[in-house]
Design a protein around this ligand. Structure first.
Ligand code: FEO
Length: 167
């Protein structure tokens, strides 16, 4: 069974959103590099890579189901940020937006009684729980560090040791 036209469209939209997420996190990583915070930058680079992986999972799923992948133009990411705190507030907000989008996708698969798509999208639902948890944890750490430069350097080191759970 092929996904409905509406669901195919929504999955193509989700590919764009995942690549846009990668682009946003990469832009944040570039800002962190400029601030001499390589650990924060490494965390965000890894996050960007995971987002590309998410996009490619949907890409491959559409191909496997005999559907057309139609890549869309990506919105330009923000390039100017106020602080590390600002960045992680934005990461958290962004992940909440992605969760809503994934939930909407699942809703469409439910409406269509498209069980193969439901099973596929469930992976993303679980992943979003992890994504929201991780971004909340970093946000909380950045909040606690506040203006303490020594603590900021320590947190930068800690974040730099992050490894991907996806690969
Ligand atoms: Fe692909 Fe961070 O959600």
């Amino acid at each position: 069974m092929t996904p409905s036209k509406g669901l195919q469209q929504a999955m193509n939209d989700q590919i764009r959103k995942e690549f846009e997420s990668a682009y946003i996190y990469l832009s944040m990583a570039a800002w962190m590099e400029d601030q001499n915070l390589p650990g924060f930058a490494a965390w965000l680079r890894l996050q960007a890579r995971e987002e590309s992986t998410h996009a490619m999972k949907i890409f491959d799923h559409l191909i496997d189901r005999g559907c057309r992948v139609e890549l869309q133009p990506l919105a330009g990411p923000p390039t100017d940020f106020k602080s590390s705190l600002h960045i992680f507030q934005e990461v958290k907000k962004h992940e909440e937006k992605v969760t809503k989008s994934i939930n909407d996708l699942y809703g469409l698969a439910l409406d269509d009684r498209d069980y193969a798509s439901q099973v596929f999208i469930q992976w993303f639902i679980t992943e979003q729980v992890e994504e929201e948890k991780n971004s909340s944890q970093v946000l909380e750490s950045v909040r606690r560090v506040g203006d303490n430069q020594a603590a900021l350097v320590m947190l930068d080191r800690e974040l730099g040791s992050r490894t991907s759970a996806d690969e």
